[in-house]
Design a protein around this ligand. Structure first.
Ligand SMILES: [Zn+2]
Ligand SMILES: [Zn+2]
Length: 394
């Protein structure tokens, strides 16, 4: 019965959720600068009669307590930041902040969670337990809003038994969702490397130390960290997308600058790989008469969906949306700061389908033409409300 009530409420609030999403989409703000977004969310929470407090400057946390007695707590998380992308969509709700765009769907997550909050508030008399709403800043930028919110105590007073989060996915049709139990997304570290030699005339290599040839050796050798030292059962990726030598046909440069990314799904191996890559690069440079500065900027940890929670949540999603609308996901080597919650609390991060091929809504996230089929907002609000109520044991 609660399911039908939620479905009815999700239908009733659909136009408001779309309006909120369009407002947020038209007014995107960059990571750690979600000032107006935060004011908007605060006003909407006030309209629902919910008290909130601010964290991590622009983040907000609010509680919805069911009237029935229960100590259980579930946290629902949405992120609020946009990306430095110039929107190319020609829509009425196009970004009014040129060069900034909700191209990762965080406008969808935030407006959905506000819709879910409305549904849960309306149904307060029918469930027991506490729902903690987390609106966090800066998913897109290190050190990640999640890590700051956790440091500031977002997972305390009360401590959630489970944390649920959703993210748009343009590969899945609107109306469907995807789950994966266990390791789901990767840790991500940024690599900044300078290989130093001694530049000079290209015709006199014997008088110089060529950092380009040293770099060629380093790039090839580093791939063996992934292919020879990593456990083949656990994924690892190493890619260098920037290599700048800046010499000329006849000029050997003094140094070569490299930028890359290292991703994996095992914290122990991640530490070991850092040491191996650094040692290998420095050793090769030294053996060839040069030197190497190998700097690693640590990103987010890997994201793990707790097995039992994810199996249960997936089952509840099948109840709510129908079995045919719940899909299995593959491992994805991108990173997401929801991973921080998953490292310290039982967590489940699932994907919300937003694709509509017939209407040409297929662009990837982080592209200037990303958009969603807004019918996904009816599934997203109601589903999360249902998942929360079920997780609380009702
Ligand atoms: Zn993103
Ligand atoms: Zn995102």
């Amino acid at each position: 019965m609660i399911k039908e009530q939620i479905q009815e409420l999700a239908k009733n609030i659909y136009n408001d959720v779309v309006a909120n999403r369009r407002h947020l989409h038209a007014h995107p703000e960059l990571s750690f600068h979600e000032v107006e977004t935060s004011v908007f969310v605060a006003r909407k929470l006030e309209e629902l009669g919910l008290e909130y407090h601010k964290m991590a400057d622009t983040g907000l946390v609010a509680l919805i307590k069911g009237d029935k007695p229960s100590d259980k707590v579930v946290a629902l998380r949405a992120d609020m930041d946009a990306l430095p992308i110039l929107e190319a969509n020609d829509v009425s709700y196009k970004s009014t902040n040129p060069g900034v765009m909700h191209a990762c769907g965080h406008d969808v997550h935030t407006s959905s969670l506000l819709g879910t909050a409305k549904i849960l508030t309306d149904l307060k008399s029918q469930f027991g337990g506490t729902v903690k709403l987390i609106f966090q800043p800066a998913e897109e930028k290190l050190p990640g809003g999640a890590s700051i919110m956790i440091k500031e105590g977002v997972l305390q007073n009360p401590t959630p038994d489970a944390v649920l989060g959703q993210h748009v996915m343009p590969l899945i049709d609107a109306g469907k969702v995807g789950f994966r139990a266990g390791k789901y997304m990767a840790s991500t570290d940024e690599l900044y490397v300078t290989v130093k030699g001694k530049g000079g005339h290209g015709a006199q290599p014997q008088q110089n130390v060529d950092p380009v040839i040293i770099t060629a050796h380093i790039l090839t050798a580093l791939q063996q960290v992934v292919s020879r030292f990593a456990d083949p059962k656990s994924p690892s990726v190493l890619s260098f997308g920037k290599v700048i030598a800046n010499g000329a046909t006849n000029v050997i440069p003094n140094e070569v600058y490299l930028e890359g990314t290292f991703r994996t799904m095992d914290e122990k191996w991640r530490e070991e790989a850092h040491k191996r890559m650094k040692k290998m690069a420095e050793g090769i440079a030294e053996s060839m008469g040069g030197s190497c500065e190998f700097n690693i900027m640590r990103g987010y940890p890997f994201l793990i969906n707790e097995e039992v929670l994810t199996a249960n949540t997936r089952g509840h999603a099948e109840d709510y949306l129908g079995k045919e609308n719940v899909l299995d996901l593959d491992i994805w080597m991108a990173a997401e700061d929801f991973a921080y919650y998953s490292q310290v609390a039982k967590s489940c991060f699932y994907r919300l389908g937003t694709r509509n091929e017939a209407r040409g809504i297929t662009s990837s996230v982080h592209t200037p033409t990303f958009d969603i089929d807004e019918t996904a907002l009816q599934a997203s609000t109601g589903l999360m409300a249902y998942l929360a109520i079920k997780q609380l044991g009702n």
